[in-house]
Design a binder for this molecule. Sequence first.
Ligand SMILES: [Zn+2]
Ligand SMILES: [Zn+2]
Length: 375
Amino acid sequence: MMTVDLYKILEVSPNASQEDIKGAYRRLAHKCHPDHNPGNAELEERFKHVTMAYEILSDPSKRAQYDQFGTVRPGGVGFDRFGSVADIFEFFFGGGFGGGPFASSRHRPRDPAYSEGEDIVETITFGLKDVLTEQQVTIKARRLEPCPECHGSRAEPGTQPTTCQQCRGSGMVSSTRQTFLGVFSTAAPCPVCRGSGQMIESPCKACRGTGVTARDRVVDVTIPAGVGNGTVMRLAGSGNAGTGGGRNGDMLLRVRVSPDPVFEVDGPDLLAKLPMAYPELVLGADVVVKHLSGDNVRVKVPRGTQPGDVITLRSQGLPRLTGAGSGDLHLQVELDMPRKLSRNEKQLLTSLLELNGKKGAHAGKPRKLRKPQII
Ligand SMILES: [Zn+2]
Ligand SMILES: [Zn+2]
């Protein structure tokens, strides 16, 4: 992402004094001011940027904040969350660039009931086994829906919104400022009607003028196989209702997958440990293991397998969310070392040791050590 440097915009160094900044602004604002360059969109844009940069850098506390987060100081943290000057401005002043001091003259009054619905977040918890197949889930959610009395208009049924006295219905108020550059006229959304141009004199009693009421809803959702812990599914438009033409919020379903006592998850792959007895590893063995699905799966352990070796069963992992097949199941072989032996086993193992010459006459011969493997 582009990095914005407010100092570069004002053509000053990061060490510039407040006087330097003021001087640079005066010079650039004069050069780029739309009144001096009618119809020049590029300079008008530049003028906005210069003014926004000045609004931040001329305020010592905002400048300090910007310096702390910005790229202007050596070793500073990247300002990458901001893609534009407008982003920075919004960060410092909030409220959206559109409604800020540069709200354009294109602004039109909106429905006085206009508001966008907020998203609602619900969490669904699954066991790991549930992830193997598609799941039907019923979600009970409380959400805001249009008020059945006023249908979201916020006005008591039978009444009409009236024209805002402050802005006479235009939704904008203009003010003139005397600055060292001359007299500026700026237009901003009307603070009384919040830019709608209208006032609701008799708010709807049923919803207390909010236009929405809370309803408990039951939503049936099909969750595809292969969701992971942290997957978020979005049901567009199923969140809180917007009013006055504002869009509805979304319902976000956050999936939580409980840890499984046996299987670890690595993306679409499953990992588990496979305990094997020493003779099985030495001689090789065909064994049966219980898969996450509950099915029995045959595993061929080759002769001479070492503890720590991994046997991979292709496509025996979790289904991929994209529907493109499944991950693998990786079984890490572990030596299952008995702590107790029967008399018979003890005799057999003693014979084995004698056969290998590691007991009796040769037992005192020094062992060769090996370099450990650092993993
Ligand atoms: Zn209502
Ligand atoms: Zn107004």
